[in-house]
Design a binder for this molecule. Structure first.
Ligand code: GDP
Ligand code: IMO
Ligand code: MG
Length: 421
């Protein structure tokens, strides 16, 4: 058996949570492989709306095993809150949720370091979610981090104090005011909640599932354009969000990867700072934000909005080896007369199909116009019933990317999902 991977092809918030929840009924295991509670994955079904940050989006599917892999970073406070909310809804996460002992812990001081670093950067700030992601991955690669397995060791308190003191020293250099005690108390409670879960050597678990012919879907967080290596550095997150991250973040060999589902919105959004060539800082952007309810699921920040960017999409399809495309939020464009798609860039007056290395480079997108379908599509269930203008748009994307669009999502609910091909 193979591990299928679902990941975002843009700057995050493509609708990964919704689609993983939809697909989860066909899988035995759903596994998160990178990122942490910077993610906000929204799900809607039976009039329930729910946002997950750390826990995989298969948690609502009875019988499905959910795994938090070694590549993930966990904040015990946010995790405990997620568990509490699930239990209140009648879900029993302690029965189906496994956590890698090698996943790293976000300490209260990691969050403070994130905030202090952003404050010190002023105008050049990343626009991070302030969840402590950057400092935690820094400690991971710097070989200072604390891992889930550490909480089971007798000298955990000592390890915690050692790293926290190190952080306090760094914070002195920032002259940043903070109060640790309240969050620290919640954090220690969160550690107890984590202890009540199944803590495992997840690389063995997942490979055993493969041996037992179980079907596995790896759930990406963030988007490929936020990848630490391939995104618009430094305006990126701190993990490998591309498909290769599923191998290192779960302990599966590259030849075990099966289908790669690449998910993208029918337009683009971005939260935080950094280049966004097709951004519409005008009435069009406002309309997309309003109609698409484009406000962050984690931070509530308004998302920057713009047209679909095929140069960027082809780049992320290349990096990930995408075998199937999933287009979400087509319904948000129902009322537009014209829909634009960037088909090339002009960089310093020269036409190109590549993203420039220089993030300061002035990019002028070259657009192709499509006629809007001007009809509501949210209640449509069959691909044959979709307006032909929308299908022209989809066919153009398929022809340009050479990858089939196998799912078109027309609303946030599980049911608003149309299969093609
Ligand atoms: P994720 O981080 O990739 O899981 O995406 P988010 O949950 O942060 O943001 C996607 C938002 O769009 C959520 O509010 C979803 O409920 C919503 N959504 C997902 N698919 C669709 C769709 O096809 N149409 C509409 N209108 N909303 C959608
Ligand atoms: P999901 O999984 C959208 C962005 C932040 C910021 C940059 C770095 O819901 O798609 P970080 O907190 O990681 O240090 O922030 O990355 N970012 C996201 N944007 N969706 C996300 O996750 C994001 N996670 C991080 O806004 O620009
Ligand atoms: Mg999100």
């Amino acid at each position: 058996m193979k591990v299928d991977v679902l990941l975002g092809l843009q700057w995050g918030d493509e609708g990964k949570g919704k689609i993983v929840d939809v697909l989860a009924e066909h899988y035995d295991v759903i596994a998160r492989f990178q990122g942490g509670p910077n993610a906000g994955h929204s799900l809607e079904f039976n009039n329930i709306k729910h946002v997950l940050h750390t826990i995989p989006s298969g948690i609502f599917r009875p019988g499905v095993i959910n795994l938090i892999g070694n590549g993930v970073v966990i904040d015990p406070v946010i995790f405990a809150d997620e568990i509490g909310k699930l239990k209140a809804m009648g879900v029993q996460p302690e029965k189906t949720l496994y956590i890698s002992k090698k996943a790293h812990l976000i300490l209260p001081t990691h969050r403070i370091l994130d905030a202090a670093s952003e404050a010190a950067k002023g105008k050049t700030k990343i626009g991070s979610t302030l969840k402590g992601i950057g400092p935690t991955y820094m400690d991971k690669t710097g070989r200072n981090g604390l891992r889930i397995g550490d909480i089971l060791t007798p000298n955990f308190a000592e390890k915690y104090a050692f790293l926290t003191n190190k952080h306090k020293d760094i914070l002195r250099q920032y002259s940043y005011d903070y109060n640790l005690s309240e969050y620290e108390a919640q954090w220690m409670h969160g550690i107890e909640v984590i202890k009540s879960m199944m803590l495992v050597d997840s690389e063995y678990e997942i490979n055993q599932h493969l041996e037992n012919n179980k079907t596995i879907l790896a759930e990406g967080a963030q988007g490929s354009l936020l990848d630490i290596d391939f995104g618009s550095y430094p305006f990126v997150t701190s993990s490998n969000t591309v498909c290769a991250g599923a191998c290192t973040g779960l302990g599966i060999a590259p030849n075990r990867v099966g289908e790669v589902f690449g998910i993208f919105k029918a337009y683009c959004t971005r939260v935080g700072s950094g280049p966004f060539p097709t951004e519409q800082e005008n009435e069009t952007g406002e309309q997309i934000r309003k109609l698409g309810a484009e406000f962050g699921a984690t931070t509530g920040r308004p998302r920057r909005c713009g047209w679909l960017d095929l140069v960027a999409l082809k780049y992320t399809i290349m990096l990930n080896g995408v075998t199937q495309l999933i287009m979400t939020k087509a319904d948000v464009l129902d009322s537009f007369d014209t829909i634009k798609v960037a088909v090339a860039y002009k960089v310093n007056g020269k036409e190109t199909q590549q993203l420039p290395y220089d993030i300061e480079a002035k990019i002028e997108p070259i657009y192709k116009d499509f006629k809007g379908w001007k009809t509501p599509i949210a209640a449509i269930h069959k691909v044959g019933d979709l307006p032909h203008e929308l299908m022209e748009y989809v066919k153009f994307i398929e022809a340009e990317t050479k990858v089939p669009v196998t799912i078109i999502s027309v609303g946030p609910d599980r049911d608003a999902t149309i299969y093609q091909h």
